[in-house]
Design a binder for this molecule. Structure first.
Ligand SMILES: Cc1cc2nc3c(=O)[nH]c(=O)nc-3n(C[C@H](O)[C@H](O)[C@H](O)COP(=O)(O)OP(=O)(O)OC[C@H]3O[C@@H](n4cnc5c(N)ncnc54)[C@H](O)[C@@H]3O)c2cc1C
Ligand code: SF4
Length: 337
């Protein structure tokens, strides 16, 4: 048995004090962290259970946005009437992920910070730079069906597994954090990072920092949006490729486009040039293919996952077409209490 200390603070400041040490992990819904601890992948010396912190509300923001508490569950967020009406792209992305039971336990903060699903990361008999810095990467030259085609490094080719985060990237959300040095706001595009030569760092949180909320801006793309997720089976599977597409269409032309990809990189993949390339164009396959090619420029497969490049191109064109037509994918499964 591996021993660890356990704390269950009731105030945020107390949690941050407890989280400031070495080898500390915050515990939210536990749907990822507990699995990692059981598999001996995560070995925290102290677990700070944050479930009693008052961070589970969804609140209006001045200016028309919404603040999603870090401890609001994925289910409560996806089924919140304001999220469903004003941010259907986000609701749809969350409901495309995991299972109803998992979404009832999983929290928004935990979803942002969930670890990769690279097989080698979970297999402690194989080398992994993310698990043990400097150990090597078992995936490079190995089985790479689920791995990245963009933004890889020679130390890590893992992807970020979240669906929710792909929609948050397209919506240009902001992440509110607090920590030993105080509060700060991180633009969503700066929250997750590419592996580079520090693949063990998934995001830009500093030691001891706690996510307290995610802010959604007023601009919501409620009319023209879609979340398209392609995977090996229709539920309870991570994305091979996913697309969050959002358009603002004025006078028959694209006034603004947002496109983010999941399943292809170490972070939700967006490129301003791809979105800019179709501004003022009439919506249609020609423009959508232009955006897809710009977004995928430089994509490189690892062998087993070469198919993702063409799959992603087609998925982007399809998702943008559905968004333009106002016919989003529907994830209609009912809430299970
Ligand atoms: C079988 C299975 C299938 C799944 N399928 C999908 C899927 O298709 N799509 C998808 O998106 N997800 C999927 N998931 C992942 C699931 O969404 C995540 O496990 C969940 O969102 C994590 O949230 P949690 O609250 O349980 O986090 P925890 O497990 O409690 O924590 C996860 C990580 O986040 C850190 N953390 C938690 N909260 C905070 C905070 N507030 N501030 C800083 N750090 C924090 C923890 O320390 C830990 O490192 C699946 C999971 C399972 C088990
Ligand atoms: S791809 Fe990244 S997570 Fe997977 S084995 Fe290599 S270093 Fe580890």
């Amino acid at each position: 048995m591996i021993r660890f200390d356990y704390a269950r603070p009731t105030e945020v400041a107390e949690a941050v004090r407890a989280g400031a040490g070495e080898h500390v992990a915050y515990l939210a819904g536990g749907t990822n962290l507990v699995d990692l601890m059981k598999e001996n992948v995560a070995r925290p010396l102290e677990v700070v259970d944050i479930n009693r912190l008052p961070l589970d509300r969804i609140e209006e923001l001045d200016g028309g946005g919404l603040r999603l508490g870090a401890l609001a569950t994925n289910a409560d967020t996806a089924y919140d009437e304001r999220v469903q009406a004003r941010y259907p792209l986000l609701s749809s992305a969350i409901l495309a992920g995991a299972s109803a039971q998992l979404r009832n336990a999983a929290t928004n903060g935990g979803n942002l910070n969930q670890r990769t699903r690279c097989y080698y990361f979970y297999d402690t008999d194989t080398p992994c730079n993310k698990r043990v810095p400097g150990q090597g990467c078992g995936a490079i030259g190995g089985v790479t069906r689920v791995h990245a085609i963009l933004g890889t490094s020679d130390q890590c080719i893992a992807t970020h597994p979240s669906d929710m985060c792909v929609a948050l990237a397209a919506l240009k959300a902001q992440v509110q954090v607090t920590g030993p040095a105080g509060d700060r706001t991180i633009a969503f595009e700066d929250y997750h990072r590419l592996p580079g030569d520090e693949p063990w760092r998934d995001n830009t949180l500093k030691a001891g920092e706690l996510v307290t909320a995610i802010d959604l801006p007023a601009e919501n793309f409620a009319t023209h949006h879609t979340y398209l997720k392609l995977r090996d089976r229709l539920s309870y599977a991570f994305a091979l490729v996913s697309v969050a597409a959002a358009l603002r269409i004025e006078d028959g032309r694209i006034a603004e486009a947002r496109i983010a990809l999941g399943g292809v990189a170490h972070k939700p993949w967006r490129r301003a040039e791809a979105e800019e390339a179709i501004r003022n164009e009439p919506p249609g396959d020609k423009a959508f293919d232009t955006a897809a090619r710009a977004l995928l420029a430089g994509a490189k497969g690892q062998g087993d996952n070469d198919f993702k490049i063409e799959l992603a191109r087609r998925a982007i064109v399809r998702a943008l077409g559905q968004a333009a037509a106002g016919t989003p994918q529907s994830h209609t499964d009912k809430r299970i209490a």
